[in-house]
Write a protein that binds this ligand. Structure first.
Ligand SMILES: *Cc1c(COP(=O)(O)O)cnc(C)c1O
Length: 454
């Protein structure tokens, strides 16, 4: 399989190149040159386990990874999950929930990142290369990246976070990891300071190259690819077309559903839920993409204004017309505002809704009272969006985090202290390790120079 850049400015590349590069050199994002069709083999997939299905789907795209090695990577990656079904589908009356939070850090990003870390390790080793991942987190997403690469050969990871400004639990999920290739950098400053330092270090192309620095953000094709698997797996559990409700930030998770549809999976519609950071909800209703200011909400992993993966959707929407895509992206970069079209709804298969804080809390409470089922605030956004949407046929809500990851919001909503998980409780007993650094890019750079893998 070859991969093309949405911006059309580079030659097609192999899977391994798309994996290692992340973003294309023309600033675009990689997409496969075509979408293999599942329709003919659909019935034969029904009896496969999640891991077996993952192999069938991933091997269509990761065509340059040896098949035995790929099988081993997937087996190992999903053996870190604590449920035999990996992503169990829970049905209580008309509430259908696909639980994506059974991985090491109890959030959906584990599904892709457990595979990604192992794909990186294998590909780097065969090429005799190393990678030092540098990232910044406001608290929630750093731990899944760390869990994906901890102890992997040839990979170092350096995650900056604002010291004292993440929750204690979020900090412990990162700092209790013992592997030597993991460096938690507690920056004496804000998340914006961390991002500023990250940008300035990545802008130094010479240093970036000499230190083999890279990122693991949600634009990496391999993450989108792995996520396709759970949409297909859940759809296979039904004998009629289904609808998914997806709480959305960077448009990464829901994009995988769109690609599952492109591959012929019988998905009727997608419901997109945002919190108060509703740029995507506004875009899908009006065709206008307009940046607002980022607001803090109960669902911090969706506190995003610019959804980097939307570029892939727009490329598909424009039938691969890179010239028009580049125009759209440039206009947005210059004016913080761009219009895809002016006649209302962008796509009849995507039903977008904004869910505010009050409704999120109310949804957590109602879901608990009606079904005896606890949802985290991100999942609640999707459940609430589904309640607003048209319903024809089964609707599957994606549960993107375990409720115990966000105990304050959940316990406040239900008025009881029930949001707990033994693995999170155990973190308080473990030894933590972090490196305190001032919000000074020179100091961070010196630390990197002394500690990168070479
Ligand atoms: C990252 C994240 C999301 C948003 O996923 P996108 O791919 O950015 O849309 C939703 N919920 C949780 C818990 C997350 O960590």
């Amino acid at each position: 399989m070859q991969y093309v850049s949405t911006r059309g400015g580079v030659k097609p590349v192999s899977f391994e190149q798309a994996l290692l590069e992340g973003q294309a050199e023309d600033g675009g994002l990689y997409l496969p040159a075509r979408y293999p069709q599942l329709t003919e083999r659909w019935e034969s997939f029904r009896d496969l386990s999640f891991t077996e299905l993952a192999y069938e789907i991933v091997s269509l795209y990761a065509t340059d990874i040896d098949s035995l090695i790929l099988r081993a990577i997937l087996d190992e990656a999903f053996s870190t999950f604590d449920d035999d079904d990996i992503v169990p589908l829970v049905k209580i009356d008309d509430l259908h929930v696909l639980e994506l939070f059974h991985g090491p850090t109890l959030a959906f990003k584990d599904v892709a990142l457990q595979v990604l870390g192992r794909l990186f390790e294998h590909t780097l080793n065969t090429r005799n290369q190393v990678l030092n991942i540098l990232g910044a987190t406001s608290g929630d997403t750093g731990s899944a990246a760390i869990a994906g690469v901890q102890g992997r050969d040839g990979i170092g990871i350096f995650i900056m976070f604002p010291d004292g400004r993440t929750s204690r639990l979020q900090e412990l999920q990162m700092t209790t990891v013992r592997e030597r290739n993991v460096h938690c950098l507690a920056i004496d400053g804000s998340f914006d300071d961390c991002q500023r330092i990250l940008k300035s270090i990545f802008n130094d192309i010479e240093f970036k190259r000499s230190a083999s620095l890279g990122a693991v953000n949600s634009i990496n094709w391999a993450r989108i690819m792995v996520q396709i698997v759970y949409y297909v797996y859940a759809t296979l559990r039904y004998n009629e077309p289904v609808t998914f409700s997806v709480p959305t930030g960077n448009f990464g998770n829901i994009l995988s559903a769109i690609l599952a549809m492109q591959m012929g999976a019988p998905i009727r519609r997608l419901i997109l839920g945002t919190n108060e950071n509703d740029i995507l909800a506004r875009f899908f209703v009006s065709g206008e993409y307009k940046r607002g200011a980022v607001q803090q909400t109960l669902s911090p992993s969706m506190d995003i204004q610019v959804a980097s993966n939307l570029e892939r959707f727009i490329y598909l929407y424009l039938d691969g017309d890179s010239e028009r895509l580049v125009q759209f992206m440039q206009e947005f970069a210059e004016k913080n505002h761009a219009v895809l079209h002016r006649n209302g709804h962008v796509d009849t298969t995507i039903d977008a809704h904004r869910v505010d804080t009050d409704e999120t809390l109310k949804t957590i409470r109602d879901t608990w009272e009606r079904f005896g089922y606890l949802v985290d605030p991100h999942t609640a956004v999707g459940v609430a969006a589904a309640a607003h949407a048209r319903s024809d046929g089964p609707v599957i809500c994606l549960a993107t985090a375990h409720p115990a990851k966000f105990p304050n919001a959940v316990n406040e909503a239900i008025g009881k202290s029930l949001a707990r998980h033994p693995r999170l409780d155990a973190l308080y007993e473990k030894q933590a390790r972090k490196v305190k650094l001032p919000a000074d890019q020179e100091k961070v750079r010196s630390y990197l120079e002394a500690n990168v893998i070479s």
